[in-house]
Each structure stands twice: as structure tokens, then as C-alpha cells.
Design a protein around this ligand. Structure first.
Ligand SMILES: [Zn+2]
Ligand SMILES: [Zn+2]
Ligand SMILES: [Zn+2]
Ligand SMILES: [Zn+2]
Ligand SMILES: [Zn+2]
Length: 329
């Protein structure tokens, strides 16, 4: 596996591209990598991409391009204009260059594990993609996976609008592994693709749970983005020290689909909120968002459940901050 090549050229939209990307990740334009400057000496008659006249198949579209007397009768390692990055997966003995999907000598499928060179993987084709990419450069589909969780994304946008929370440039990505937000990239919210892909397979995605999960992770993202706020006396008094070491208690149940406040513990909206001040904030944010800022109704519920004054203060603090960001106070 060669190192990730440097961007070599630009798309018509102006975005930098790596050679042999099928689609521009920024504007989704299909790309044609022709034999500019006559380096390889031929182009595939079907897809127009650069090929070696020595090869029997187009390594980009698998078209049969064998020509008697021109094509090599034996598989070659690296014909003019191409590099040998690996041997053919099918074992024909020929060389293939990253990221050819087909062997130029036997036409068989080739697989490339380039996931280590990218920040994530495409939810559709499993190839490497970066966080900023809207379109997968390999399969041309939505690289973020937002299309796969569209009902939840729509509901989240609606809730943010109703709650008056201004967009801070957060970016939802459907990715393998746990859901979460890293403090180094506060705007990137990764959602475990299992919730969506497994659910879609069985035709039963748990949308209310997913909306709750996204709302919770949005809370983390919002807080990382407004980290200075956590240094203010009022924030500290209400939520405590957010820098406190995390002691993750795997046994604490998480109920992201519940829009109601739990009876216990009295000082937190849910049992999970009591595990850490950052989780406390994320859970408070989730309830604030999913209850659509109906504070009177929410406070009546807090009163019925005899929640501590601090719980009221958490919502009021968030409410005031959201209004302050909008310039409403
Ligand atoms: Zn483009
Ligand atoms: Zn072709
Ligand atoms: Zn081969
Ligand atoms: Zn893809
Ligand atoms: Zn959390």
C-alpha cells in the first residue's frame, strides 16, 4: 500500500483531487482521468480513462481492450505510465496500481484497504473517506451517511430551530464504532452506523432512540464548541467541574428515547447524567431539545417529580445561554 498520494489536480469546482478519484468529494462531479500528455499511450474506448495499450482489460471499468499484436500476451508488472503497488489479488502474476478496481491483465476485481489513510469510512462502500467529504470519491454516494438517517436529521434540525439553538456548524457522520464527539474536533459528531445499518436491514430503525442519541451528542459538541462558558461561575455552580476525570460506568443504563425526566437521581435528569458533568450537560441538552423548549411544561414535571432546584437551574442556564447567543437578551 503506497502512501496517500498528494492532490494532483483540481476539479472544475476548484477543489483539490487525488488522481483516480471517481467523483469530486466536494461537488460530486464524475471525473475522467484521461491520458493527458500521452504518458500511458492509450485511453479506454469505453470510459476514456488512461490505460496501457499493453493491458487486456481496462483497470477502471473492466472493458475488454485486448488487441492482437499490441496487448502483452503475459501479465506485466508496471507498463509505461503505471506503477506496481501490489500484485493482482487473483494471482495472475501481473502488477496493479492503487486504486485500480480491476486487474489490467486478467480483469479480476481488486480490493484496496486504504482506510488507514482516511479519517473514516463510507457507509455505503466501506472505502476510506474524510470527515469534510460530502460525496464518496469511490462510489459517488453521500459520504456522511446523513441520507441514511434522513428522518432523524430532519427531526433534529426541526428541534434545533424550534428551540432557537443557532447552528454552530456541527457535522453529523455515520461511522463504525461508538458514537461520540472528540474535543479536538468539536464540530464532528460521529454516530455509530450500527444503529442505522442494522436497523435498515431489518427494516426497523429505532428513530426516537436515534434522535435522542443525536441530541445527546449534539450536547457534547455544543459544549466543546462553547468551552469557555464552562469556566464561568454560574456554569460551575450548576454543572460542576467538566474537567473532572471520566470514570465510565458501563453499567449505567442509557435511555435516549425517553423524553421524560427520570424520578431518580434528584439532582440530575437521568441516571446517565449523574455519571459525569459532561454527560449531565449532554443529557440536559437532549431533554431541552426534545422537549422543544417548553420550559413551563418541563418545570411542572420537575416539580411533580420533586427534582432538586439545581435541575431547574441547569435548564435555565442553558435557556439563558441559547437566548444570549441569539442576541435575545
Ligand atoms: Zn468538484
Ligand atoms: Zn474503461
Ligand atoms: Zn490479474
Ligand atoms: Zn462510498
Ligand atoms: Zn455522552
Amino acid at each position: 500500500m503506497p502512501d496517500r498520494p498528494r492532490p494532483e489536480t483540481r476539479c472544475k469546482c476548484g477543489h483539490a483531487l487525488q488522481r483516480f478519484w471517481r467523483f469530486c468529494p466536494a461537488c460530486a462531479r464524475p471525473q475522467t482521468w484521461r491520458d493527458v500528455g500521452h504518458v500511458t499511450g492509450a485511453e479506454c474506448p469505453v470510459c476514456r480513462w488512461a490505460v496501457s495499450p499493453k493491458s487486456s482489460y481496462c483497470p477502471w471499468c473492466a472493458a475488454d481492450i485486448y488487441e492482437e499484436g499490441v496487448s502483452s500476451e503475459k501479465p506485466l508488472k508496471e507498463p509505461k505510465g503505471f506503477r506496481k503497488d501490489a500484485r493482482c489479488d487473483a494471482g495472475c502474476g501481473g502488477g496493479v496500481q492503487y486504486p485500480m478496481p480491476y486487474c489490467p491483465w486478467c480483469g479480476e476485481d481488486q480490493s484496496w484497504d486504504d482506510r488507514g489513510q482516511f479519517e473514516g469510512v463510507c457507509p455505503r462502500c466501506d472505502r476510506g473517506v474524510d470527515d469534510w467529504m460530502d460525496t464518496c470519491p469511490w462510489c459517488g454516494k453521500d459520504a456522511t451517511g446523513r441520507d441514511l438517517m434522513a428522518p432523524a436529521v430532519r427531526e433534529i434540525r426541526r428541534l434545533l430551530r424550534i428551540s432557537g439553538v443557532a447552528d454552530w456548524g456541527y457535522r453529523l457522520l455515520l461511522r463504525p464504532g461508538g458514537s461520540g464527539v472528540a474535543p479536538e474536533s468539536p464540530k464532528i459528531i460521529e454516530i455509530n452506523r450500527r444503529h442505522v445499518l442494522d436497523g435498515r436491514r431489518r427494516d426497523e430503525v429505532k428513530w426516537p432512540m436515534l434522535v435522542g442519541l443525536i441530541a445527546h451528542e449534539l450536547g457534547h459538541s455544543f459544549l466543546f464548541h462553547h468551552w469557555r462558558w464552562t469556566r464561568t461561575p454560574r456554569f460551575r455552580r450548576v454543572f460542576g467541574e467538566v474537567d473532572k476525570a471520566y470514570r465510565v460506568d458501563e453499567d449505567t443504563p442509557v435511555y435516549f428515547d425517553r423524553r421524560r425526566v427520570a424520578y431518580a437521581p434528584l439532582e440530575h435528569v437521568s441516571a446517565y447524567a449523574a455519571t459525569h458533568p459532561q454527560e449531565d450537560f449532554a443529557e440536559t441538552f437532549r431533554i431541552y431539545l426534545t422537549r422543544r423548549r417548553r420550559l413551563r411544561e418541563l418545570f411542572a414535571e420537575l416539580g411533580r417529580k420533586r427534582k432538586a432546584v439545581r435541575v431547574f437551574e441547569k435548564f435555565l442556564l442553558l435557556h439563558d445561554y441559547v437566548r444570549m447567543l441569539r442576541g435575545w437578551t
